[in-house]
Design a protein around this ligand. Structure first.
Ligand SMILES: Nc1ncnc2c1ncn2[C@@H]1O[C@H](COP(=O)(O)OP(=O)(O)OP(=O)(O)O)[C@@H](O)[C@H]1O
Ligand SMILES: [Mg+2]
Length: 231
């Protein structure tokens, strides 16, 4: 298994609360959370509903801001980035997969997986080759002209993984990627993620309720009382 000791992400004493301090609505979700991810790591995050898993993933994915703490990604302090810098950074470095695939119903499969490449027009040919290579790898190249509605749930979810990989991100964040899949598709998704981790060295951070998927990762954490604990 690919393993490196080059640090990719470091979170230090991250805090995140919702609501107004002092009022009943106030809720501390992340409470001084520290976490380190090396290149090529594969990590599962478990934890009960409401423990803050999606909040944490959104912070790592720069879709949400922490209230406090430091966030270093590839030796850069992300907390100092402007919104515009964050958009470019996110598009280049981070792939997302969610519980539901969010493919655009009116676009065919190939168009859907090419969407993240539209922000940067350069290297179109190479990106198309990359799409072909990835779609071939997941057995979907022959379905490239189909609309999402003409594909199975498992096929759509694998296409969502291809879309997340199209810009060669250094980390793939997945929030319940198999939550809507049956067990044979959970297996296929686990195989695909592990293959990407092995072949491309992409770091995986998965939030999952599936013990089966979690057991394929190098490290398993539980999010409890606002912090991560090794399982
Ligand atoms: N925008 C928001 N405003 C107020 N509270 C929020 C907001 N987003 C999340 N929360 C609260 O923060 C807590 C953590 O939510 P989060 O979605 O991170 O949990 P989770 O661990 O992903 O849960 P699940 O397993 O159900 O997806 C929850 O109690 C939720 O109600
Ligand atoms: Mg969640």
């Amino acid at each position: 298994m690919y393993k490196s000791c080059v640090m990719l992400i470091q979170l230090d004493e991250i805090t995140k609360s919702y609501g107004v301090p002092g009022e009943a609505s106030h809720q501390v979700v992340l409470n001084g959370l520290s976490f380190r991810v090396n290149e090529g790591d594969s990590i599962a995050i478990l934890g009960p509903s409401g423990s803050g898993k999606s909040t944490l993933l959104n912070i790592i994915g720069t879709l949400d801001h922490p209230d406090g703490g430091d966030f270093i990604f590839k030796e850069k302090n992300i907390t100092e980035f402007s919104e515009k810098e964050l958009d470019r950074f996110r598009n280049r470095e981070i792939g997302f997969v969610f519980q539901f695939h969010h493919l655009l119903p009116q676009c065919n499969l190939l168009e859907n997986v090419m969407i993240p490449t539209m922000m940067d027009k350069s290297g179109k040919k190479e990106k198309l080759r990359n799409a072909e290579e990835l779609l071939n790898r997941v057995g979907l190249w022959e379905h490239r002209d189909k609309l999402p509605g003409q594909l199975s749930g498992g096929e759509c979810q694998r296409a969502a993984v291809v879309r997340s990989m199209i810009n060669h991100p250094s980390v793939l964040l997945a929030d319940e990627p198999t939550g809507a899949l049956d067990s044979s598709n959970v297996d296929k998704m686990a195989d695909l993620l592990m293959k990407l981790n092995r072949d491309s060295g992409i770091a995986l951070i998965l939030v999952t309720h599936s013990r089966e998927l979690a057991s394929r990762m190098n490290t398993i954490y539980e999010l409890k009382e606002g912090k991560l604990h090794t399982k």
